[in-house]
Design a protein around this ligand. Sequence first.
Ligand code: HEM
Length: 412
Amino acid sequence: MTGSNIAVRSKAIPVIDDVTFEALYSNPYPTYARLRRDAPIAWLSAANINLVTRFDTIKHIDAHADAFPAFDQKSLMIRAMGHGFLRMDGAEHRAERMVAQKSVTADLIRNHWFPRFQSIVDDLIAGFEHRGEADLFTDFAAPMASRCLMELLGLTNVRWQDLCTWSQSLMDAVGNYSDDPTIWSRGEEASRGIDDALDEVLGDKRSTPDPTLVSQMANSSAMSREKIRANVKFIIGGGLNEPRDATLTAMYCLLSNVSQLAKVRANPSLWSNVFEEAVRYCAPIGVYPRTVANDIELDGVDLKKGDRLGLCIASACHDEAHWRNAQAFDIERPKRNHLAFGSGPHLCLGAKTARMQVGQLSVPALVERLPGLSLNSELKTEFAGWVFRGPTRLPVIWDSGNGSAKGLSRQP
Ligand code: HEM
């Protein structure tokens, strides 16, 4: 891959057509490095998107939300889920965000959600710690993220497995650029499942208010039933896979860098760094969209009103203008803000919750409760994805108290 395949017209957006979708999916970081260097705003043919890859440019766009709104008339997210506040701007966005914000205040996170999430983490680990082997994806991270989100939403009337399926079906629909009817129909099925689950609880959440997201929305005059449905759908789409993938990335990075693991074991105040470094190292959400409100020049190219941009925060988190040795996992790197939670008006609403859920609870609990924990060297861990990215499995072994680590006979 060289810079020679970039077709540059004067100030027009450069076109990159020699990067395959498969290359992006398996490891997008070499492409991002090339784009940051040669074409920081470029039309990536394989992805059908104008990708913005430099840290400072993405910060600038997020800081100028009037010029780069989140609303997009052709949004697949709005088609799949309805119009939630993630795709709103200005006062309308602020009004709805403020309602949801009431569920995740510092006080509620510490005193209400922490003990509930802790009992979920404890329960899951207790279920497999005697085994000496596990796939941390299926045995821990997926059910942990799903059960915590059910609590936070107030949708404890569903199975955690259903929430995982709905989340995946909705996210597939949001990325359904090929207009595949099967993907749309799975998305619609997920949508109906969520609507039904919501209808079951809305009456109780109104008559007996509680700190959950559904209760805050159900008791707000700013939210119709349609709005609650849309907001719950995008939170299910965006609040489940990310804590799951952040947990798996942090665990993989620690277990494959034993010197880093030793450092945090010796100095537990580094646990928060482990979390921040894991989401910087492999941002669970790699790209999110914005639209150009009016013709404007940016990074040396002319953008036209209506152009759609993909802000590549995964690339920004590896921008060499901002990070030294960005491709290394280093829990002692000097503290700087990263963009894994976005920035500007749409800065992740669940960031503090995720820090507690993943950084304070899940990752330390796994390391502390599973003695001799290590990667199962017979079963390789692979990362996949670029819009959303994380390990596809994480087979590990530990000493379960029966003499030695087990699990070496599992098949890939
Ligand atoms: C490690 C975990 C997480 C990561 C990396 C993450 C990342 C992000 C990013 C990048 C955005 C900005 C998207 C955009 O501007 O288009 C976002 C927005 C959002 N996230 Fe998260 N997220 C995580 C966990 C959560 C959780 C647990 C929740 C549950 C409440 C959540 C709820 C939201 C909401 C409601 C928004 C929209 C905020 C707005 O539009 O004002 N996130 N997240």
